[in-house]
Design a protein around this ligand. Structure first.
Ligand SMILES: [Zn+2]
Ligand SMILES: [Zn+2]
Length: 109
C-alpha cells in the first residue's frame, strides 16, 4: 500500500479529494487550491483517502445494494460523502442531483 499523503491545517490542497482527520476521523471533501481547515477546535492532520488506495476502485450506481458498509463518495461531483450500511441501496446524490455513482472511500468492515 502506498504511503498516504497527509496535510496540516492551513496548507493548500494540491488535488480535489476526500480527506479524513487523523485525530478525530472527521471526513471532508476538499477542492484543489482550498486550504485545509481546522478540525475538532484546532489544528488537524488530514489524510488523503480519495487517492491513497484505501478506497475501492469500483463504483456503484444509484439504487444499488452496497457490498460493504462504509463511506461512499459521489463520483459525479466529488463533493458529497455519505455513510451507507451493507445491503442498503445507494441514494441519488443530494448535491449534484446527477444520475451518479458512488465509490467506497472508507470501509467500515
Ligand atoms: Zn478532527
Ligand atoms: Zn454528486
Amino acid at each position: 500500500m502506498p504511503v498516504k499523503d497527509t496535510y496540516n491545517t492551513g496548507k493548500t490542497n494540491p488535488e480535489s479529494a476526500i480527506y479524513y482527520c487523523k485525530e478525530c476521523g472527521n471526513i471532508i471533501p476538499l477542492s484543489k487550491d482550498e486550504r485545509f481547515p481546522p478540525c475538532h477546535g484546532g489544528a488537524a492532520t488530514w489524510v488523503n483517502v480519495g487517492v491513497a488506495g484505501v478506497a475501492d476502485k469500483e463504483t456503484i450506481g444509484i439504487s444499488k445494494q452496497t457490498p460493504k458498509s462504509g463511506l461512499y463518495l459521489c463520483v459525479g461531483c466529488h463533493a458529497q460523502v455519505i455513510p451507507v450500511a451493507r445491503g442498503n441501496r445507494t441514494p441519488p446524490c443530494g448535491k449534484c442531483r446527477k444520475n451518479t455513482a458512488w465509490r467506497l472511500v472508507i470501509s467500515a468492515e
